[in-house]
Design a protein around this ligand. Structure first.
Ligand code: FAD
Ligand code: NAP
Length: 334
């Protein structure tokens, strides 16, 4: 492994924050993995950098996961199992699966980042989460220096959450995930604007390819392209509150949207809360809130991680003051 010193991470994070790493290297082959223990610690594992905010210089070694490969590990009449290396690009995997006509990940098209990061926050969009198709996560435990394969049931997947964001946070180098895809897709088009978009596309016969294309069309029209405007997607999670709290709040805030979130709980779109507090389109220096999606914080070019962090803190405080709801950051702060 070739280790570099004092390199800028600007091109390695979709926020485009210019922050140095003391040491930087890439894992490109399985033989590199055990050498992770010999690197300057701590090790910070990096995928596509699309869910991180660099708030301070990174000490230790940033290790970019570049492991590649897709292998079919099992198949029966109805399903196919793929073991996918962590450094594969998530959207390219989705396109590969869709091209084969297999179902399960079409609603997750165009999510940036790598396959290895997908289980970290249990990526989700349009009513589907990676946990719905994931059967195993394989990783190298950085402290125990051991290779482990965890079945999905042990990954404690939740809404944008998993064991990897909690007990195993910072302790694992995910090497591969196994996905179970269906040969007889069950379509899920009821979420958001998918059906409307399929109609606009003139789709007569539903296919996984048509759904993936609809999702890609909607996402491209709503979300800022990180290549143009730095961002890390949704900065905050949608909060879940009790039905009783919602019923109280809606008397004061007419039209407050909500979705069922399990017994006695509802999910309130964070974007709506942020917009109500007047933040949509707000700009402070080069840090701002996107003008079409208030959940997305943006870097117009020269914002520092600290400025984005400060702005996010001000948003949390104003939503707390107005609604009594605490927003939680979805983005991983380094
Ligand atoms: P990184 O940002 O590189 O890393 C994220 C975290 O995972 C870090 O803590 C890192 O240490 C850890 N990590 C990464 N790879 C590994 C590994 N191999 N082993 C151990 N730890 C690892 N997310 C959604 O859920 N749904 C969406 O619809 C969605 N849309 C987005 C749209 C845009 C425009 C953007 C910019 C982001 C969006 N995201 C979305 C967030 C992001 O794409 C996902 O969280 C994605 O999984 C991050 O992948 P990454 O490889 O870039 O991870
Ligand atoms: P949208 O379709 O305009 O919906 C707004 C919000 O309402 C979303 O946050 C979504 O929650 C919720 N929602 C909509 N329909 C719902 C339903 N039928 N049942 C339950 N909840 C519903 O959202 P959007 O901003 O355009 O994003 C579309 C999808 O892509 C969403 O699933 C979103 O999570 C995902 N996305 C995620 C990121 C990220 O970085 N995490 C970035 C962009 C888009 P959920 O968010 O819980 O789905």
């Amino acid at each position: 492994m070739h280790v570099q010193q004092q390199i800028s991470l600007k091109s390695y994070n979709t926020f485009g924050i210019d922050m140095p790493a003391a040491y930087f290297t890439e894992v490109t082959k399985p033989e590199d993995i055990e050498a992770l223990a010999t690197l300057q610690q701590p090790v910070h594992v990096l995928g596509g950098g699309s869910n991180i905010l660099l708030s301070a210089p990174v000490h230790g070694t940033v290790v970019r996961n570049c492991l590649k490969g897709i292998a079919k590990t099992a198949e029966n009449d109805t399903h196919i199992w793929l073991q996918v290396s962590a450094g594969e690009v998530w959207h390219e995997l989705v396109m590969y699966v869709v091209a084969n006509g297999w179902g399960g990940v079409e609603n997750l098209a165009l999510i940036p980042g790598t396959v290895g990061a997908a289980p970290i926050q249990n990526i989700g969009a349009y009513g589907v989460e990676v946990k719905d198709v994931l059967t195993e996560v394989s990783f190298y435990h950085l402290e125990n220096k051991a290779f482990v394969t965890l079945p999905a049931e042990a990954c404690r997947f939740g809404y944008r959450d998993s064991i990897f964001k909690n007990e195993l946070r910072g302790k694992v180098f995910i090497t591969a995930v196994t996905l179970m895809l269906t040969k007889k897709p069950v379509f899920n088009t009821s979420y958001g604007a998918i059906e409307q978009e399929l109609q606009a596309m003139g789709v007569q016969e539903l296919t996984v390819a048509a759904i993936a294309q609809a999702v890609m069309n909607i996402r491209s029209s709503k979300l800022p392209d990180p290549k143009v405007t730095g961002n890390a997607g949704s900065f905050f999670k949608n909060p879940t509150i009790t039905t009783a709290q919602y019923e109280q709040l809606v008397t004061e805030h007419e039209g407050m949207p909500h979705f069922p979130a399990g017994e006695g709980m509802v999910k309130v779109p964070a974007a709506w809360l942020i917009e109500q507090c007047g933040w949509k389109g707000y700009r402070r220096g080069d840090a701002g809130v996107h003008n079409r999606q208030a959940l997305v914080l943006v870097n117009y070019g020269g914002a520092s991680g600290g400025e984005v962090w400060q702005l996010s803190g001000d948003i949390v405080a104003s939503v707390q003051e107005r609604f009594g709801i605490t927003l939680e950051r979805e983005v991983q702060v380094w």
